[in-house]
Design a protein around this ligand. Sequence first.
Ligand SMILES: NC(=O)c1ccc[n+]([C@@H]2O[C@H](COP(=O)([O-])OP(=O)(O)OC[C@H]3O[C@@H](n4cnc5c(N)ncnc54)[C@H](OP(=O)(O)O)[C@@H]3O)[C@@H](O)[C@H]2O)c1
Length: 315
Amino acid sequence: MEKQRVLVTGGHGFLGTHVCNRLRKCPWVREVLTPGSSECDLRKEEDVRRMYAVQKPDSVIHLAAVVGGIGANRAHPGRFFYENLLMGLHAMHQAYSHGVKKFVCIGTICAYPKFTPVPFREDDLWNGYPEETNAPYGIAKKALLVQAQAYRMEYGFNAIYLLPVNLYGPGDNFDPETSHVIPAMIRKFAEAKESGSPTVTLWGDGTPTREFLYVEDAAEGIVLATEKYDAPEPVNLGTGQEISMKDLAALIAREVGYVGEIVWDTSKPNGQPRRCLDVRRAREQFGFRAAMPFEEGIRKTVAWFLEHHTGVLQA
Ligand SMILES: NC(=O)c1ccc[n+]([C@@H]2O[C@H](COP(=O)([O-])OP(=O)(O)OC[C@H]3O[C@@H](n4cnc5c(N)ncnc54)[C@H](OP(=O)(O)O)[C@@H]3O)[C@@H](O)[C@H]2O)c1
């Protein structure tokens, strides 16, 4: 592979930071370009056109998105649909127009149908409507898979599409309004421990299962695919292991040192009943295998939170 200028949209975000760190260690990477939203608002086609004209990347990894947990998805279905679709459309179309050699689009597990047989196989992606609470986000992202395949068919554009499962790890978003389930639980248990609260209330009934990928593993998978994978079929990125919300809550409470009671608020939605990926394609096509054991990953994430958010807890 020739030495490349790689542009990462969303390069200052949670996943983006880890992807850029990993890219900087690759011998085939000459420069990592990370224009932020203040320099280039990807919702504006003119900004995107200017960004490619000035930066002249060889490859693009498109990570920029508006994301969040069930609460944020329910509060902003319109914004999540419109902005994610628009950003992806412009980022991919202008990359093609500017002669970018490879475009790596990051999708989401939220694109899968609500009742996908477990483990989720990439071939089942179109066999039903996604879980309602995250469908606008998931479908906006899934439309970008169609764009990638259509541009490959019509223009021979090398766009690939990856589907990471739920991510977690150091640097995650711990804002209670927009965080995903693991940082949300870590924060709740840490605050309850700090204040001596006898109970912690969590959403749903605790039965849904989820799969989680440590963010550094996700970065490794994305960089491997950027280097080695050039086919139209989407590829799952995950561990292939699921855990119930009840077991997850117990694990996080233990790691945080919270000893009170966990109460499940069944008036709140569960989200998708089960999530667990078939991860064979990533292994076969570009040799990706997640490395971080889950308990160790949780321990590192809790440690990162306690180190960086002590002010929040004491406030
Ligand atoms: N987190 C997960 O569990 C997960 C799971 C599966 C897939 N993904 C996907 O992974 C990607 C990264 O997610 P993340 O969790 O790292 O999100 P994040 O931390 O919120 O980062 C999102 C990034 O998007 C950029 N962005 C948002 N609006 C923009 C705009 N209008 N113009 C330009 N840039 C904009 C932000 O840039 P600035 O910082 O410069 O504003 C930010 O760096 C997303 O595509 C997401 O769908 C995430």
